[in-house]
Design a protein around this ligand. Structure first.
Ligand code: ATP
Ligand code: MG
Ligand code: MG
Length: 386
């Protein structure tokens, strides 16, 4: 893996560069579209025969968890810079830094060592550890898988001692790599995208509130409806967390806001993040463009909001098959007929319940107007936000 782009222009910026992306889903697709606007070629490695990213990237079929496939991809495709759109890649071929952020337990140990505030957590190796955790943390507590977790798959709320066996079994047993976390009684979940340059400079985006539906990101609102002091603190925690990592690119930082104003970090995703999709239309520079700029060593773009408020509504499959497609199209049709709405459709084949098939960014000069527009598209989503 070379770290420089192939040729450098008189301004010091690489003239041509091939960015290789591990994974070719919707994040790779949006990254590829942003890269295309910068004149940067993107190639993605994805095992699926059809990859959403193929609309703007060259798709190479192969598995992003297969070290030999990654090596071959880099060599045969002339990849100058390798990056990823998902966490669950084979990191033998990537940096140790990525390895650490991928393992949620190692991530938490790392952040604790650097003074980043987190819910209390502990390693879980046996049934006895679970009983001890119940006594120490109280119930409920969270049991989590250390690796390969997303959209809440890999989490289990342990409500009482009688849940212990079912919880451990659901996450693959004690051998799978488990840890426990004290339950955070949050009043809101917040997220901040942070972009990190190759020389370690970090710049954060505005603070957003995230609303989940069945553990999947459903709605985000920027700026989050919290005090300026909480906004500043959330950006400070997020920047601190990313400052103590390595590697260039965009990071999604998820946090819990407690009733007394305390902020606790939940987890960091070392990639573009659903809570940053609003930046595509709501900020001067999208998270995808800034990711590409960062991995290439280019100057980072401005992160401020260009409108008063930006709400993102995820289009999540509401039913399998045709019925799900029909319902998603109904919401999109409303968006096309509503001021301030921008539709992003990922062009995925097939529809299943809960699948992320697109999102809509809703822009307005005020939070109230943005919310009213959201209510037109999806009254249930508005209710979840209020
Ligand atoms: P993602 O799709 O964001 O990667 P994930 O599977 O990695 O999700 P987490 O972010 O760890 O899972 O948790 C998912 C959700 O579960 C959180 O957004 C939050 O709503 C809830 N949750 C997680 N940890 C805790 C905790 N310690 N206390 C209370 N709620 C929690
Ligand atoms: Mg996660
Ligand atoms: Mg999460």
């Amino acid at each position: 893996m070379k770290n420089e782009a192939t040729s450098v222009s008189p301004t010091g910026l690489p003239r041509t560069a091939v960015v290789g992306v591990l994974g070719g889903g919707q994040l790779g697709r949006m990254m590829a579209l942003a890269a295309a606007n910068l004149g940067v070629r993107l190639k993605c490695l994805d095992p699926a025969p059809e990859a959403p990213a193929a609309v703007a990237a060259e798709h190479v079929q192969g598995h992003f968890r297969d070290a030999a496939a990654i090596e071959d991809f880099v060599k045969s495709q002339g990849v100058d810079v390798l990056t990823m759109e998902i966490e669950h890649v084979n990191t033998d071929a990537l940096m140790q830094a990525a390895e650490d952020v991928k393992d949620k337990f190692a991530q938490k140990q790392h952040f604790t060592a650097h003074g980043v505030p987190l819910p209390q957590f502990r390693n879980i190796k046996c049934r006895g550890c679970m009983e001890g955790t119940g006594r120490a943390f109280g119930y409920p507590f969270m049991l989590k898988a250390k690796r390969l977790a997303y959209d809440g798959r890999g989490n289990y709320v342990v409500r009482s001692e009688t849940d212990i066996d079912a919880a451990a079994a659901a996450l693959g047993g004690y051998e799978a790599g488990l840890y426990a976390e004290r339950f955070a009684p949050f009043v809101k979940e917040l997220a901040v995208m942070v972009v990190r340059s190759r020389d370690g400079k970090v710049v954060s985006y505005p603070v957003v509130e995230t609303i989940h539906k069945n553990n999947i990101c459903h709605v985000t609102e920027a700026p989050a409806d919290v005090s300026p002091a909480v906004q500043a603190k959330a950006q400070e925690v997020a920047e601190k967390a990313i400052s103590c990592l390595e590697g260039a690119g965009i990071f999604g930082v998820e946090m819990f806001l407690l009733g007394d104003g305390t902020l606790l970090l939940n987890e960091v995703a070392p990639r573009p993040h659903n809570s940053g999709h609003y930046t595509m239309d709501g900020c001067v520079t999208s998270q995808f463009e800034n990711h590409v700029r960062a991995v290439l060593g280019w100057p980072l773009g401005e992160t401020r909001l260009t409108s008063g408020a930006a709400i993102m509504l995820n289009l999540l499959g509401e039913a399998d098959g045709e019925e799900g497609v029909r319902r998603a199209h109904e919401t999109m049709a409303k968006a096309y007929n509503t001021t301030g709405c921008k539709v992003h459709w990922y062009g995925k084949e097939g529809m299943t319940v809960g699948r992320k098939v697109g999102h809509i960014n809703i822009l307005a000069t005020t939070r109230e107007v943005a919310r009213a527009r959201l209510g037109r598209l999806d009254p249930g989503a508005l209710a979840a936000l209020q």
